[in-house]
Design a protein around this ligand. Structure first.
Ligand code: CIR
Length: 253
């Protein structure tokens, strides 16, 4: 069960954030509305939401997932791989420290984005990407192994972040797209396979009794419902314009 979630409000500077997409310029009014609905959905899932204020100096900082990895026992403050985002950890660290006695840090030259880390019970999967380097992944593995978890490092071929194409939804089930569908690391899981045209919906989040998915993917919704999951669908257009998905917007612990 998750008890707590940390989110960070987007600011007006969001429009100056990083993106590789050609989906157009975000519309701030819609962005704020979508973020508000995201917070409401989390509350419906029964978690306490800590809502950090926007920081205009960091346009991408609403994507809090990249700045930390939180478990029931310890927190790891990451070292985000994009120069423009690296100092976001200055805002997150004090917010996280309120909940944790045991804090770890990824140190340079290691870089790691939380978006490259997937947790499935006592196992972590860590993607090597444009943002997470081998040294960052090595440090992460060392920390979590010391804490009694396992970690598998997965060099990415196409996805931006590891969690762009994968989600763990409990009960030994993985939602998988693209390069992960036949990946040997995920052979032991029951697979919910997402085809290319629905790939964006592979980034979904299981929060207690619900799975939150992006709106507009009826097939993904159906597959989850058929397996007995209650779903909440959220409009994510303005986050998607800047390469963000559902998992990126919160730290759940
Ligand atoms: C970035 O390029 O860093 C942001 N515009 C998007 C980050 C998305 N985060 C994530 O997938 N965990």
């Amino acid at each position: 069960m998750f008890k707590n979630v940390i989110v960070k409000n987007p600011g007006n500077s969001y429009i100056n954030g990083l993106t590789t997409s050609d989906l157009g310029k975000p519309i701030l009014e819609k962005l704020f509305e979508q973020h508000g609905k995201y917070v409401e959905a989390l509350k419906k899932c029964g978690v306490e939401v800590t809502q950090l204020p926007a920081n205009e100096a960091f346009p991408d900082s609403t994507f809090v997932e990249d700045t930390a990895v939180l478990t029931p026992e310890f927190a790891i403050i990451s070292n985000p791989g994009a120069e423009a985002r690296n100092r976001e950890i200055e805002d997150i660290e004090p917010g996280v420290k309120k909940f944790y006695e045991k804090m770890y840090y990824i140190e340079g030259p290691g870089t790691l984005d939380g978006g490259d880390v997937l947790q499935a019970e006592k196992k972590f999967y860590v993607g090597i990407s444009d943002r997470t380097n081998e040294e960052g992944a090595r440090q992460f593995k060392e920390i979590v192994e010391k804490e009694g978890y396992e970690a598998t490092i997965i060099p990415l071929k196409e996805f931006f972040h590891l969690k762009t194409g994968i989600a763990y939804v409990g009960e030994n089930r993985m939602v998988l797209a693209g390069e992960f569908v036949d990946h040997p690391a995920f052979e032991s899981y029951e697979k919910i396979i997402i085809p290319k045209e629905d790939e964006y919906s592979a980034n979904c989040i299981q929060v207690n009794d619900y799975v939150i998915i992006p709106a507009g993917y009826p097939e993904t919704n159906r597959k989850l419902n058929d397996l007995g999951y209650q779903t909440i669908e959220l409009e994510m257009s303005e986050f998607r314009k800047h390469d963000g998905g559902l998992s990126c917007l919160s730290l759940r612990f």
